[in-house]
Design a protein around this ligand. Structure first.
Ligand code: MN
Length: 224
């Protein structure tokens, strides 16, 4: 499960995150928005656990700007305690761009987060520029194959090759792996056949508000 932010306004209707997130970044509001999403998502997760459900982990996107705040780890610890959330219930998604632009800072910070027991994943993998030597030094638990590589598989030979390389990389370096943006059964089958066993995307579920998710988790549990 990944926490996604959506914005419905009374006057403008639905505003896409592709529009308002860059604006929040430019306006210096992204860390506030990030904290809001984190608190909402974690509070909801704790709520599900408290009501006897098994929602698993929640993945939360964190912007490079938030990570560069000097009090990021302190606030993370404080919020988890305050909300009664176990660290292992949370996975923070960071981007390749952040880890590679400030590699030494990133290693130090991510080591601290990892030491708390919070999981870390690299989002949109393959779209930035990853240094394999740094990747090996990061306390990363999972990489997420960017949806741009999934869209045209099977069929696009380049994308098939890229996906296969990322799968091999994850297996060799012992990262968990998940494909983003899986929308069709043929995409799913290609990924399964080539060794990528975790997927997210419209094929499984569209983004939904928390109340619908409650029903989804109940159904999911009863299927399992
Ligand atoms: Mn993400």
């Amino acid at each position: 499960m990944e926490a996604l932010v959506r914005w419905h306004t009374p006057t403008e209707g639905f505003i896409s995150p592709a529009v308002f997130i860059p604006v929040a970044e430019d306006a210096g509001l992204i860390d506030k928005l990030g904290r809001f999403v984190f608190e909402e998502a974690v509070a909801q997760l704790v709520n599900w656990y408290a009501s006897g459900l098994n929602p698993g982990k929640i993945a939360i996107n964190v912007s490079p700007i938030e990570l560069q705040k000097t009090d990021f780890v302190d606030i993370l610890v404080e919020k988890l305690q305050l909300l009664g959330c176990r660290p292992e219930w949370v996975e923070l998604e960071i981007t390749e761009g952040y880890t590679m632009r400030h590699p030494e800072d990133a290693i130090e910070l991510l080591d601290k987060i990892h030491a708390l027991g919070v999981k870390l994943s690299i989002d949109d993998f393959g779209t930035g520029y990853s240094s394999l030597s740094y990747l090996k030094r990061l306390p990363i638990h999972k990489i997420k194959i960017d949806q741009s590589f999934i869209r045209d598989i099977p069929g696009d030979a380049n994308d098939e090759a890229i996906v296969n390389v990322i799968i091999a990389l994850a297996q060799t370096m012992h990262f968990d792996l998940i494909a983003e943006g899986v929308e069709t059964a043929t995409q799913r089958d290609f990924l399964l056949d080539h060794g990528c066993l975790n997927m997210q995307g419209y094929f499984y579920a569209r983004p939904m508000p928390a109340n619908e998710m409650t029903a989804f988790i109940k159904n999911f549990d009863s299927r399992a």
